[in-house]
Ligand binder design. Structure first.
Ligand code: FAD
Length: 379
């Protein structure tokens, strides 16, 4: 088995690293950074050239994603990694012409209106209704946990269009403009102190018939493609690697006798825990490589993506807890001179909690691994 990247892929890695080093410190917000990525064609490098991509092979995309995630750089947009690929697969010619060039140029932002208060893991039970009225659809209902809704231009929305059909067969996938009359957005405050996601209410929102992606009542199958794209990134594994390396570095450089708080790393269990985390990163990286390799072969990763997602997100949480213990009491300080690693560790502890819920909980992903991967019967 050949584990090396080609010289050409390694050259891309060097180019991406230099770009991040030069550009990331300059930007004050993610938007202008992603615009620069769009100008280089990197956001959509794996898209076919006919849709404005570079037709890049998946392993090049993997190298790019790995570098972006490791350096905590915003290297992807929802449009480029999820919405565009879904439109390429299922969208009409008109939708492709309208949206794909704008996504390539990073001129349109998206949010994902799938989850509802009573429908998260059991997404197909969703209750938001869309009723046909002449040339339009009229939408009523509520979405929740909608990340970035307050900044998005469009929402990819699942709504029930046939309440009498079996639950997976009466759903339709829409592209809806967020400034359409009847949409109300209410931010939800998280324990990190940020309001990254929202409740979104639809009150007689009228959308044109050409807002439907794919066939009416077949939206479930469109949404599973979107979710497969969402779960397939290497970022979930590599995202925590740099923090881990910094914690190991801190433990090496901080003598136990210097500070009682930092002395815990000398306890064998902490040393072992750091060693364990290192092993898991090695495994997680290979699981992510497998997902990218399958994509490069034209295969659709399914339980394999669930394995990488589950291991990567749970590893992130374990790493954050071990980092906490390693840094001792000072590890809880968020800012100021007493905050080791600029407060990165307590931030990671807080932000990593949601990782095993978003994009399918660990339990749901284990169900997928058990049934589709191991062939165990559904319980
Ligand atoms: C940071 C973050 C961002 C998000 N962004 C978005 C977004 O932009 N758009 C969007 O639509 N949604 C978003 N979500 C919502 C996310 O998809 C849901 O939270 C997730 O699917 C779980 O649904 P739920 O919260 O309703 O929990 P539930 O489905 O109610 O689950 C509750 C618990 O029961 C367990 N459980 C449920 N069913 C089973 C089962 N069959 N077997 C075993 N255990 C089970 C779950 O694992 C979980 O522990 C986001 C969530 C987070 C945390």
């Amino acid at each position: 088995m050949e584990f090396r990247f080609t010289p050409e892929q390694e050259a891309l890695r060097t180019e991406v690293r230099s770009f991040i080093k030069a550009e990331l410190p300059k930007v004050r917000d993610g938007e202008s950074f992603t615009k620069k990525l769009a100008a280089k064609g990197w956001l959509t490098m794996s898209w076919p050239t006919e849709y404005g991509g570079q037709g890049t092979q998946h392993m090049r995309q993997l190298v790019y994603n790995e570098e972006m995630a490791y350096h905590r750089a915003p290297g992807q947009t929802m449009g480029a990694d999820r919405v565009g690929p879904t439109i390429i697969l299922f969208g009409s010619g008109e939708q492709k012409a309208e949206f794909l060039p704008r996504i390539v140029r990073d001129e349109v932002t998206w949010c994902q209106g799938f989850s509802e208060p009573g429908s998260g893991s059991d997404l197909a039970s969703l209750q938001t209704r869309a009723v046909r009225d002449g040339d339009s659809w009229v939408i009523n209902g509520q979405k929740i946990w909608t990340s970035n809704a307050q900044r998005a231009d469009y929402i990819i929305l699942l709504a029930r269009t046939d309440p009498d059909a079996p639950k997976h067969r009466g759903i339709t996938y829409f592209l809806v403009e967020m400034k359409a009359p009847g949409i109300t957005i209410r931010p939800l405050m998280q324990m990190t102190g940020q309001a990254g996601f929202n409740e979104v209410f639809f009150d007689d929102v009228r959308v044109p018939a050409n807002a439907v992606v794919g066939e009416v009542n077949r939206g479930w199958y469109v949404s599973t493609a979107t979710l497969d794209f969402e779960r397939s990134g290497i970022g979930r594994v590599i995202g925590g690697l740099r923090t881990y390396e910094e914690v190991v570095d801190y433990a090496k450089k901080t003598p136990a006798r210097e500070t009682r708080d930092a002395a815990l790393y000398d306890v064998p269990t902490v040393r072992h825990a750091l060693a364990d985390i290192g092993m898991s990163f090695a495994v997680g990286r290979l699981l992510s490589y497998r997902v990218a390799w399958m994509q490069s072969q034209g295969l659709v990763p399914n339980y394999e993506a669930s394995m990488a997602k589950t291991l990567g997100t749970e590893l992130h949480q374990r790493m954050a807890r071990v980092a906490y213990t390693t840094l001792g009491l000072r590890g809880q300080v968020l800012e100021g001179q007493w905050a080791p690693m600029h407060g990165q560790v307590p931030q990671t502890v807080l932000s990593s909690v949601s990782l095993t819920i978003a994009a399918g909980t660990s339990e749901i992903n284990r169900n997928i691994i058990a049934t589709r991967g191991l062939g165990l019967p559904r319980g």
